[in-house]
Design a protein around this ligand. Structure first.
Ligand SMILES: Cc1cc2nc3c(=O)[nH]c(=O)nc-3n(C[C@H](O)[C@H](O)[C@H](O)COP(=O)(O)OP(=O)(O)OC[C@H]3O[C@@H](n4cnc5c(N)ncnc54)[C@H](O)[C@@H]3O)c2cc1C
Length: 488
């Protein structure tokens, strides 16, 4: 029995099991020092605890039929379910949405995102036979391994840009990019760096696949592969950005104190990748087609649209609460500002609904949501989200700065704070809590990272847009123009 097959597990895990899994000898660096244990490090531990709490909900009897499914008496996360009908697509969407509501989309990289991708690669694994026949079984085994062990994945799909002109030609630079340096009987050895593992320090496994978008040139062979390895593999080193969890209370930093999902550049220092964990190899053109032709990108976009819906709804709620605080919600101009956020939210809801309602069978006999509305959403949301945040800033104005800390509610300033921070509809304590939340959404480092995330996590906006253009059915529309021009 192969290594992975002998390690198949027992389905969903709870938070305690997840946290125990993170206590290994993984090499994570932050603020100039190596992290001995990501579950206790002050900048990383509360993000891990949050995700552990989410894993626990898989055992909540009220939620289990929604976010998990039964197969042969064992329960698995719904995001692993291979959809066989339109109803299955709706069920998957409901599960994605449920997961997203727990953080209101602020913990963007819940495990269901990567689960959706691996599910699709396994469901369309025949595609990988074009590379090597054994890659089909490798992928299916890997899917079973992570599904039955409920592993949490991160991914690094992008090589660091060394030279933009070179990158645009679809070539990577050997000084920085991840590449194969040799083969052994046990596997391939890779060396170099990859961007940007969101959730990396909190993940069990790292998926190292080609970009979903950027196309490599035909001769880009040493850089062409897809594999997945445990986060604690020897030679894997994660270099984190600064943490946004500064140890503040939930009152003072309601988002950063809970949803710090961390991003890390991953260095691979002569890392051995076992053959059974390899899914594509030395085939740049196959790599270019992989996410589209397995439909993995469609299933990932489905998870994303459901998450963005929860996030946009939350921003609408926040704007309405801000307006209500001082009674601004009776003003026509303010209503108009918030209505703009409502239109964006309802557009995302419509994209989700259309994609699910028009789900169809794919070339592998499974079901996929309709791609175009999801693609439209992934092109528009990177523009919508910065505008949503601008609306929070415009409506919040100086109240975003009139934010004493929790300590000021009980110290010598307490009477002043209770007196001067109240509004017609809110006590000082509640008003400060609301605007500290708005600050974490729209002003803090945590909030600004969210904006950057929405702008970039699915890839550069111009490349996304040009892929959309290429896939769009333009001929029918050009024909209408030609028909009019040709009328006598
Ligand atoms: C908060 C955050 C989280 C992220 N998480 C992840 C993650 O978990 N996993 C992951 O793999 N990636 C992740 N990313 C990385 C993301 O995929 C990239 O930021 C994105 O693809 C842009 O690439 P870059 O950052 O290298 O940008 P740059 O090197 O600065 O260049 C990108 C710019 O170059 C242009 N460009 C690049 N290539 C081409 C091309 N072929 N043709 C034309 N123009 C081109 C585009 O204009 C683009 O804006 C994350 C990014 C952020 C900001």
């Amino acid at each position: 029995m192969s290594g992975l097959k002998s390690q198949f597990g027992n389905g969903i895990r709870n938070g305690k099991q997840y946290l125990e899994g993170l206590r290994d000898d993984r090499e994570v660096w932050i603020h100039g020092a190596r992290v001995p244990d990501v579950t206790t490090h002050p900048g990383l531990s509360r993000g891990a605890q949050t995700l552990a709490g989410f894993m626990d909900r898989q055992f909540d009897p009220k939620l289990s039929d929604l976010i998990t499914y039964d197969e042969g008496g064992t329960r698995f996360a719904t995001s692993y379910m291979i959809p066989k009908s339109q109803q299955d697509i709706v069920r998957r969407g409901d599960a994605f949405y449920e997961w997203a509501t727990w953080s209101n989309g602020m913990f963007g990289r819940t495990p269901d995102y990567k689960n959706a991708s691996v599910m699709a690669f396994a469901a369309g694994a025949e595609f990988l036979a074009e590379g090597r026949p054994e890659f089909v079984e490798n992928m299916r085994n890997y899917y079973e391994y992570i599904r039955t062990n409920d592993k949490v994945l991160t991914h690094t799909l992008v090589n660091p840009t060394f030279n933009f002109a070179q990158a645009k030609e679809g070539r990577y630079d050997e000084k920085v990019a991840l590449q194969v340096v040799r083969e052994t009987d046990d596997g391939i050895v890779v060396n170099g760096a990859r961007l940007l593992a969101t959730l990396g320090p909190h993940a069990d496994e790292i998926e190292v696949f080609p970009s979903t978008l950027l196309k490599a040139s035909e001769d880009n062979i040493p850089f062409a592969f897809a594999f997945a390895i445990p986060a604690n593999t020897k030679g894997v080193r994660m270099i984190c950005r600064d943490t946004y969890d500064h140890g503040k209370s939930h009152y003072d930093a309601p988002l950063a104190s809970r949803f710090e999902e961390m991003d890390a550049v991953v260095i691979f220092d002569n890392v051995l990748v076992p053959w059974e964990r390899l899914f594509m190899y030395r085939e740049p053109l196959l790599c270019n087609r992989a996410f589209a032709e397995t439909n993995a990108v469609v299933h990932m976009m489905h998870q994303v649209v459901c998450g963005k819906l929860a996030k946009a709804e939350f921003i609408v709620g926040l704007l309405c609460a801000i307006a209500k605080a001082t009674g601004k919600d009776t003003d026509m101009a303010v209503k108009g500002m918030i209505a703009e956020a409502m239109w964006m939210t309802e557009s995302v809801r419509a994209f989700r609904f259309q994609a699910e309602a028009l789900a169809h069978e794919d070339q592998y006999g499974n079901y996929i949501p309709l791609r175009r509305p999801l693609d439209t959403s992934r092109n528009l949301f990177p523009k919508m989200y910065p505008r949503l945040i601008e609306l929070v800033q415009l409506l919040g104005s100086s109240s975003l700065m009139a934010t004493p800390s929790e300590a000021d509610l009980g110290n010598d300033l307490a009477d002043d704070v209770a007196q001067y921070f109240q509004t017609v509809n809110l006590s000082s304590k509640d008003r400060i809590a609301l605007f500290r939340l708005a600050h974490d959404v729209a002003v803090s480092g945590f909030g600004n990272r969210q904006v950057l995330y929405e702008r970039f996590f699915f890839g550069p906006q111009n490349v996304l847009a040009s892929v959309y253009y290429d896939l769009y059915n333009k001929d029918d529309m050009i024909a209408r123009v030609d028909e009019l021009l040709g009328r006598q």
